[in-house]
Structures are given as C-alpha cells and as structure tokens.
Design a protein around this ligand. Structure first.
Ligand code: 6PG
Length: 272
C-alpha cells in the first residue's frame, strides 16, 4: 500500500517522512518538534505516525494501546483518521482505546470527551466495544476503577511492555495538559496512575485524569497544539524558566519513550 506523503517539516534529521520545502524550524522544546504551515498539513504527519505506530505495535505485541485527549484541537485529527484512505490501515480491531481524561458530566453532555470520541471514532472505526475504555466519572471510585482496568488489560502484555503505546495530548492556554492544571495536587502524584481532581475555573471543575507516572511511561507521546492563541504558552515552555507546577505540560517527560510536539505555524509563532 502507498505510504502517505505528508506535507510537513521537522526540526531534526528526517528518518520517518519525506520533507516538504521549505523546512520550518520550530521553537526549542524538549523532544522532537514537528511544524507544518497549516493544521491540515500537521494532521497529515500525525495521522501517518499514529498508523505506523499502531501497525508496529500490533506486529510486535498483537495489540495497540492508544490514549486520546478531548478538547477541540484533536477533532480534525480524529475525523481524518476516519475518512482518509491513508489511515484505513490503522488496525482498530486490535486497538484498545483509552481516555487521557474525562469531565464529570453525563456521556451525552456536549462537554464529555467520551461523547466526542465516540461520535468521531468509536461509531465509525469498527473498534470492538469491549476495547473501548471510557472513564465512568459518576462513581466515587472512578479513578481507582480506571487504574484497575488499565492494570488488568495491560498485564496481558509481557512485563516491561505493559504500557500505553501512544498518548495524544493537548495543551490549554494556561499550560495544562490532560486534566493536570497549574499548581494542582495531581501534578505531584508519583504512584497513582489515575486521579480525581477539582480544577478551579475549569468547566466542569470535577474531572478524572491520567497522571504523569502513566503518561510518562508511554512509548510515544504526541502533543498537538494549533492556533495563535497557544503561541504565548509555547513560548513560555520554550523559554524554560518556569516549573511544571506553573506549566504542567513541562511535566511530560517520557522515561523510555519518545516525545513529539506537533505545532502549526501559528502555534510555533512562525506567522503573524
Ligand atoms: C480536556 C483535555 C485537555 C485539552 C486542553 C486543550 O479534556 O480538557 O484533555 O487537556 O487537551 O484543554 O483543549 P483545546 O484543544 O480545546 O484547546
């Protein structure tokens, strides 16, 4: 099958994609920085990477553990995964779909991450329902239940490989990622894989989120950031002066995996 030829550029030597000209140099962030002129171009590269990772994991382990974020930024990516013929080879039948975080609202609420991902992916991908793992926020033990479920499903893999394969993160204007907000307790978590939190000012404040120990154990972490509104926060991360308490996205530091930033030109401050 013909491999997709994404219209993207990256800050490092190409080893995965063909490069488009001119090469865009992104801000100095920890990990690899991939910049495209447009969000569409960025999604070309990110979707191709996700498909390649999924296929490699299924070849190696027999399954693929994918954790997706909510928010508005990734929706075009999720739609692309469904309609682009280049993405058809993503092995949904062997994929386990996890949720990076969930807002404490009913599943049919427009703020529900499950609702958005169900409507864009679950309903159209053919993924077996038992491999879709929503977070049931209405239970008092939502975090413990989700952590137990993660451990139970992951332990079917051999030890050392029992981790998420691909975690897609977004970033808020305040530097939060997942539902890990500035100066929150959950940022300091070192044992628990999932936490319930109450974030002042967030809508809704009550959420359940994966923590850094789980996220940072992943094989691949992709942070997708688009639009000029996020550019000042990207600049703050690049400046390197603030702690992860102030800018939670700085707590993303894979222990034995890879971190890639996917930025469009606006988020990378290359436009305007
Ligand atoms: C959530 C997300 C969250 C999101 C950022 C960015 O459920 O709120 O997982 O971490 O990625 O808030 O959101 P936008 O893409 O809407 O800017």
């Amino acid at each position: 099958m013909k491999r997709p030829r994404p219209n993207i550029a990256r800050t490092e030597t190409a080893d995965t994609y063909d490069l488009a000209e001119p090469r865009l140099i992104g801000p100095p962030l920890p990990g690899k920085v991939i910049v495209a002129e447009t969000a569409e171009g960025l999604i070309d590269g990110l979707s191709a990477e996700m498909v390649a990772q999924a296929q490699a994991c299924v070849r190696q382990f027999g399954d693929f553990h994918l954790a997706l974020s909510g928010g508005s930024t990734p929706q075009p990516l999720y739609e692309r995964l469904m309609y682009d013929p280049n993405c058809r080879s993503l092995p949904w039948a062997r994929t386990h779909l996890w949720f990076v975080d969930e807002r404490s609202v009913p599943f049919d609420d427009e703020r529900s991450n499950y609702r958005m991902i169900k409507e864009t992916i679950v309903d159209h991908s053919g993924i077996p329902r038992e491999q879709v793992h929503p977070i049931f926020t209405d239970s008092d033990s939502a975090d413990i239940d989700y952590e137990n479920q993660l451990r139970e499903v992951m332990q079917r893999r051999e030890q050392g490989q029992d981790r998420l394969d691909f975690v897609l993160l977004g970033m808020g204007d305040d530097g939060h990622t997942a539902s890990l907000f500035p100066f929150s307790e959950a940022l300091r978590e070192t044992q628990r894989l999932v936490c319930c939190i109450a974030a002042q000012g967030a809508d809704p404040p009550q959420r359940v989120t994966m923590t850094f120990p789980l996220i940072n154990a992943a094989r691949m972490i992709a942070v997708l950031v688009t639009g000029s509104a996020k550019a000042p926060t990207i600049q703050r991360v690049a400046a390197g002066e603030e702690s992860f308490q102030e800018l939670p996205i700085k707590g993303v530091r894979p222990v034995a995996g890879e971190l890639r930033w996917y930025l469009d030109a606006e988020a990378a401050s290359l436009e305007g």
